[in-house]
Write a protein that binds this ligand. Structure first.
Ligand code: DON
Length: 331
């Protein structure tokens, strides 16, 4: 495998960077065998377990695409970031943070343990299921479709098209939702839900089932890297304070109980989903040497074989490799 950090000053051409990424994707595709497809949602087992793709979309206009970039898959937990953003935009940041905290848990994304062990006033953070379901209950609207509208509108603004719902995934999600319903009842008992539990859960299942591509993830990651601004039009799509808060949550909680390791070894805000997507935001960096994507970039990854924490196994390793060779870390 090529180890790409030599001659960066002189050779940052698209072709040169493309060759590196192609080589790295080829190498890390072999790591997909170390993971497994999420089987607790039966529809997700239909994915190709050996798939791996990445798109890096830079502020400098350069885009590198490699591997299985044509796949469509469900957004899953990555939607939690956008539900949080929409809730903050609609209700205000303090309203939302009065009802859900910003603390990492160190537990699995769908853990119930802290709901039972510690009498909660509010869930730990908006990116674990308990916090995400609470955030979803704050979305405006009476029906699940009305509540979803804000998320769809935000995604449409960023992606330039309205994404669709994957109805098969939604139904599969709904039919295999015992744990999420359990979490919902704990939240109902704690009195933190702002909407009817049934409607809130329907909204949550639908938001997780929105169909996206690797390119969508790169675009979404890029907007967040730019603190909510679409640099091509100069439009602020997400208020800066909210975009920055979303990135804090991605960094501290976005990869669940692997968030500490991801921060240490990759060093950028990122969010994963159980269908195998990862969205990462690399802000502009200042370094003495010239490095790829110094003006910032969004990275979308797809690799549906997951590790024990529910993160793409090969996708995480690929991101770690790219980030360390091209010095993406924000630290
Ligand atoms: O709540 C669930 O089970 C899923 N629909 C979303 C979980 C998810 O993506 C966790 N991520 N790694």
């Amino acid at each position: 495998m090529v180890q790409g950090s030599t001659n960066l000053n002189t050779e940052l051409t698209q072709e040169w960077l493309q060759n590196y990424v192609d080589d790295w994707v080829r190498f890390y595709r072999k790591h997909t065998v170390d993971g497994e497809l999420a089987s607790y949602i039966p529809q997700l087992t239909k994915a190709d377990p050996n798939a791996l793709g990445v798109i890096i979309m830079g502020n400098n206009g350069m885009t590198i695409k490699s591997g299985d970039v044509d796949a469509t898959f469900s957004i899953q937990s990555i939607s939690k970031v956008f539900a949080f953003i929409v809730a903050c935009m609609d209700r205000g940041v303090s309203y939302v943070l009065n009802r859900v905290d910003v603390e990492p848990t160190g537990h699995a994304f769908n853990s119930i343990i802290h709901l039972e062990m510690r009498k909660i006033e509010k869930p730990f953070n908006p990116l674990i299921n308990a916090g995400a379901i609470t955030v979803t209950s704050m979305l405006q609207g009476r029906t699940s479709d009305e509540k979803l509208e804000g998320i769809f509108q935000l995604l449409e603004k960023i992606l330039g098209r309205r994404p669709e719902l994957d109805v098969d995934v939604y139904e599969s999600e709904r039919e295999s939702s015992i744990r999420n319903r359990g979490i919902g009842y704990f939240l109902l008992e704690a009195g933190v839900l702002e909407s009817d539990l049934g409607i809130t859960l329907e909204t949550y299942f639908k938001q997780c089932s929105i169909k996206i591509t690797v390119e969508d993830l790169a675009k979404l990651g890029l907007i967040l890297a730019n603190d909510g601004m679409d640099k091509t039009t100069g439009e602020e799509i997400i208020p800066r304070q909210i975009a920055r808060l979303a990135k804090v949550l991605m960094l501290t909680c976005g990869m669940y109980d692997a968030s500490g390791k991801f921060a240490a070894y990759v060093g950028v805000p990122a969010k994963s989903g159980v269908a195998g997507g990862i969205m990462a935001s690399v802000p502009p960096r200042i370094r003495e040497e010239v490095l790829p994507f110094m003006d910032g970039c969004g990275v979308g990854v797809y690799g549906p074989a997951l590790d024990e924490q529910g993160n793409s196994v090969a996708g995480t390793r690929l991101l770690r490799h790219i980030a360390s060779h091209w010095d993406f870390s924000i630290f």
